[in-house]
Structure formats: structure tokens, C-alpha cells
Design a protein around this ligand. Structure first.
Ligand SMILES: Cc1cc2nc3c(=O)[nH]c(=O)nc-3n(C[C@H](O)[C@H](O)[C@H](O)COP(=O)(O)O)c2cc1C
Length: 503
């Protein structure tokens, strides 16, 4: 039985000497699009204009004090498309495989988005599911559910939410391939999708809040999913003081169809007991006091050297707008050993640091720690550094060119050794769980995924490559990085110049 999230991480570790290998049952591959047959479907509005901001604009964006901007069907349509859309199709087997603007482990796309529209101009009040395949929304409930939602989620904002997004994961989509380890990817992938959604909200200058804390049972029931197969992992509220014109005051009505049946994604679904256990364990949250949080944030590795201050950047280096970058984002692996400028590197670090202005009480530094293996960054010697985000410094943990060994630890994905840097997302799960309770595992993993998506978009914006890496021999990584006893590597993202841009 799992007692802690750290137990789950250990139990699902990859060990070089115990990799059994298993064949995938392609005839039973889960369907990665959810469709609700027989329910009212509304096409999202066609795109009329693309946002012109670049990524840096979105990261310097501060949430407005006054939540003046309202949501209507037009901006909701754009927000949903920007958060999740198909970007390319390729022939695969007898049909087509569709790539998306969100990265996902194994391209299995476990996530789904539900939207509760309280006050959206030109949209009837109710709950909808976002169908990414045809950019439409399906109406699941109608009427006013505000009391139910406010009793299940504790947003800090005193304004009323006009829209709430619910991001869920369908377990078997990823456990088909990754079995017990899949819950890691449910969380990381949800983080990737969350970041896309939050950037789209920033782009529309809306006031919002992300919350990983909610009453799981009530929320899952509300969105009508089968909790043996699917669970909500993140909620995002959008607030506005502008009352929308079409409040219907209709009592809530369930759809007459049994919504839970649509959580099934394959003819034969294997249930992994450990996934249900970690889900139930991490549904527990601990009330914490601010004094319990370490001012310095979570430490995972002891530094030995002087602090290195990355060179400040004068101009932001983007070569395209954020919306162009999001539409052409891909995992790219054709890295070439070539130095990158210190200014570009410090811009990347800054994006990681600045991305969290979401009005939350706890910050990512309370449950996540960032490290970086540097190979080819001008002005910084190769080595493993921890990133001290408060004073924007790097502190040397281990000197030397470490990329080849790290690539070996990442299941011998040799191309990783050509990256100019590996970003490491780590957490001292034992300490974090002690302070914040088991639910903090969700915070750390989702937030690591958010940062991963941010790096993907940043790399794309400057025509560099980027690839998330969830496959590594866990204990080897901990030893190699000399992490403190309770610390774990959660996620790695390789980044750097490419042999040919965008092949
Ligand atoms: C959480 C996560 C883990 C991943 N792990 C790996 C990995 O270990 N090796 C790899 O080559 N790609 C990895 N990827 C990249 C995915 O394979 C890729 O996102 C997916 O195939 C879709 O392709 P695209 O990103 O080009 O759209 C990972 C992506 C995510 C989000």
C-alpha cells in the first residue's frame, strides 16, 4: 500500500537491470479524442485574428486588480483553440495521426477540458466539453451551477468566476503504454495543457487563478466523469466584474444521457491499482501556515561554488509571435553542439521564474526546485547548477561536461547529449509532503509540466529545439546529481540549437 507520494515515485522508478519490456496491444490502443454522441454540439467561432504578442509580453503581464474584461463566445473560442488544437496530420497505419500544440508523453494525450460558463456572452449558462478534434463544445448541463462549483473549489479571488475550466486525465490513455508510471504523465501532461490555457488567458488580459486544490469527489461528479477511469487534476477560474448579459437563472439540468460512459477510451481497459491509490492519496491536502514554508524554497542539491549571475538580456530574442510558436511547436531531437549566448540563456531562466504570477498563496519555489546541466552556454562553465530564483543566480553543484552521462541515464537517448542545456525539475518530496500534505505531489508535477511547455514555446520562438523527457532511470539520476535523501528528479527538458532549424 502506498503511504506517501515519494513511495509512488520509487515504486514506479525505472531500473536499468529490471526493465522487463512489454509489447503494446495496438489493436486495443485507446482513442485519444472524447466525443459525446447524441448531445448538443456548438461549433467554436472561426478565428478572425491571431494574437500579436510575443512570449516575453505575456510573461511581463501582471494580472489586473480590476477584473474588467468579460468573456464572450468569440474570445472563449480563441482561448480554447490556443490552449489545445491539432496542428499537423501524418499518415499512420491505415489512417492519420494528429499532432497537437500541447506536448504529451508518448503522444497519448490523456487530457480533456471542461468549461463551466457562468457568464459568457452569447453562450447559454452551463457545462461544456471542449472537443479538440473539430473545435466545438458539447453541452453537458444547462443552468446555474455556481453554488455547487463554489462549494467545491476555493478560489482566493473575491470576484465571482465567469468561467471555470476543469482539466482532467483519462487514465488508460497513458497507462496503456506506461502502466503504473502513467500517473506521472497524467500530471506532467496536464501541466503542459494548463500552461497553454493560462497563456491564452494572459493574452486576453483576463484575471484568472489556477487551483490544484478542490473537492475531488464533488468536482468529478459535477463534470460527469467516471472516477474509475478519469479524474480532474486542475481547475482554472476566470473572474470579471462585468456581468454578462445572458444570465438565464435556469435551474440546473443534467443531460438525459449517462455522461460517465464517455470516460471509456478502449474496448479493454486495464486498471492499475497503484494509479487509483496515488490518486486517492494525493486527494488529501494539509492546511499549512505561511511560517511552515521555507523562505529559501525547496533545496534538492547542495552547491559547492560561488554564485554565477547569468548575463542580463537587453532585447528579447523572439523571432515570431507567441501564437505562431504555439502552432508550430514540436518535440525536436536533432540537436547540434553549438554554444548559445549567455543573454538567451538568461532570458530562458527568466521565463521560468516569471511565469507564475497567478495570484496564488504558495509559489512554485515551495514545492519545486530547478536545476540545469549546462554544456554550451557562453560565459558559464559546463556543469550542474541549481537555480536560485529569488536572486536569479546559478550555484554550481558539480562541474564538468555531464550531458553524455545524463543521456545514458535517460534510457540511452543519445541525442540528448547534444543539447546545450538540460533543465531539471526536482522536488524533495519527503519535505514537501510533510509541509503541504500528499496533494503537493500534484502541485509539483503539474507545475513541472507547465514549465516544460513554457520551454517548448520559448525554444520554438527562437528556432531552437526542445524535448521533454519523462523516461530516466530514477535512482541513477538521483545518485548522479547527488540529490539530498528525500529529493527526486521529476522531469527533464532538453533544449538547444538544431542541425537544421525545424526539420
Ligand atoms: C511528460 C512528457 C514526457 C516525455 N518524454 C519523452 C521521452 O522520454 N523521450 C522522447 O523522445 N520524447 C518524450 N516526450 C515528447 C513526446 O514524445 C512528444 O510530445 C509527443 O510524441 C508528441 O510530439 P510533439 O511534441 O512533436 O507534438 C515527452 C513529452 C512529455 C510531455
Amino acid at each position: 500500500m502506498l503511504l506517501t507520494a515519494a513511495n509512488y515515485q520509487d515504486l514506479t522508478s525505472y531500473d536499468r537491470n529490471k526493465m522487463t519490456g512489454h509489447s503494446l496491444d495496438w489493436s486495443n490502443k485507446p482513442i485519444s479524442f472524447k466525443t459525446y454522441q447524441g448531445l448538443k454540439n456548438i461549433k467554436l467561432l472561426e478565428e478572425t485574428e491571431r494574437p500579436q504578442q510575443n512570449l516575453s509580453d505575456l510573461f511581463t503581464y501582471n494580472q489586473p486588480e480590476q477584473a474588467n474584461n468579460s468573456v464572450n463566445l468569440e474570445n472563449l473560442s480563441r482561448i480554447l483553440r490556443l490552449s489545445h488544437c491539432l496542428t499537423r496530420k501524418e499518415k499512420f497505419g491505415g489512417g492519420y495521426f494528429y499532432f497537437r500544440n500541447v506536448a504529451s508523453a508518448g503522444a497519448l494525450y490523456p487530457f480533456e477540458t471542461y468549461v463551466e460558463a457562468f457568464q459568457v456572452e452569447n453562450l447559454e449558462q452551463g457545462l461544456y466539453h471542449h472537443s479538440v478534434a473539430d473545435q466545438s463544445i458539447t453541452q453537458l448541463r444547462i443552468g446555474d451551477c455556481s453554488e455547487l462549483v463554489s462549494s467545491a473549489i476555493n478560489f482566493r479571488s473575491s470576484d465571482n468566476p465567469v468561467v471555470v475550466f476543469f482539466l482532467s486525465a483519462i487514465f488508460f490513455r497513458s497507462s496503456w503504454k506506461y502502466r503504473d508510471r502513467a500517473f506521472r504523465y497524467h500530471l506532467l501532461d496536464t501541466g503542459h495543457l494548463s500552461e497553454n490555457l493560462l497563456l491564452a488567458l494572459k493574452c486576453h488580459e483576463l484575471k484568472f487563478e489556477i487551483s490544484y486544490d478542490f473537492n475531488d469527489e464533488k468536482v468529478n461528479e459535477f463534470i460527469g466523469i467516471d472516477t474509475k477511469r478519469e479524474a480532474c487534476l486542475a481547475t482554472i477560474g476566470v473572474f470579471s466584474t462585468e456581468a454578462g448579459p445572458n444570465i438565464t437563472d435556469k435551474a440546473q439540468e443534467f443531460s438525459s444521457v449517462d455522461l460517465k460512459q464517455f470516460s471509456r477510451c478502449a474496448a479493454q481497459e486495464t486498471r492499475y491499482a497503484v494509479i487509483n491509490e496515488i490518486l486517492s492519496l494525493t486527494s488529501k491536502k494539509k492546511e499549512y501556515q505561511d511560517e511552515n514554508l521555507d523562505k529559501k524554497g525547496i533545496q534538492c542539491a547542495s552547491s559547492i561554488g560561488e554564485a554565477v549571475k547569468p548575463i542580463p538580456f537587453d532585447n528579447t530574442p523572439e523571432l515570431m509571435t507567441y501564437s505562431q510558436a504555439i502552432l508550430q511547436r514540436r518535440s525536436r531531437r536533432n540537436f547540434i553542439r553549438k554554444p548559445i549566448s549567455g543573454a538567451t540563456f538568461s532570458w530562458l531562466l527568466n521565463l521560468l521564474r516569471e511565469g507564475d504570477k497567478t495570484g496564488r498563496r504558495i509559489k512554485w519555489q515551495d514545492f519545486l526546485s530547478i536545476g540545469v546541466l549546462i554544456a554550451d552556454v557562453q560565459g558559464i562553465d559546463p556543469g550542474f547548477y541549481s537555480f536560485e530564483s529569488t536572486n536569479r543566480e546559478l550555484r554550481l553543484v558539480r562541474p564538468g561536461f555531464l550531458m553524455e552521462e545524463m543521456a545514458h541515464i535517460c534510457l540511452d537517448q543519445a541525442w540528448l547529449s547534444n543539447c546545450s542545456s538540460h533543465f531539471l525539475f526536482m522536488s524533495d518530496l519527503v519535505a514537501v509532503e510533510h509541509r503541504l500534505g500528499p496533494r503537493a505531489y500534484r502541485y509539483a508535477m503539474i507545475e513541472a509540466g507547465r514549465m516544460g511547455q513554457r520551454l517548448y514555446l520559448a525554444a520554438e520562438s527562437i528556432k531552437f529545439g526542445c524535448c521533454g523527457i519523462g523516461a530516466f532511470y530514477d535512482q541513477e539520476a538521483r545518485q548522479f546529481l547527488n540529490l539530498s535523501p528525500g529529493a527526486h528528479l521529476l522531469y527533464l527538458v532538453g533544449l538547444g540549437p538544431l542541425t537544421n532549424a525545424f526539420v
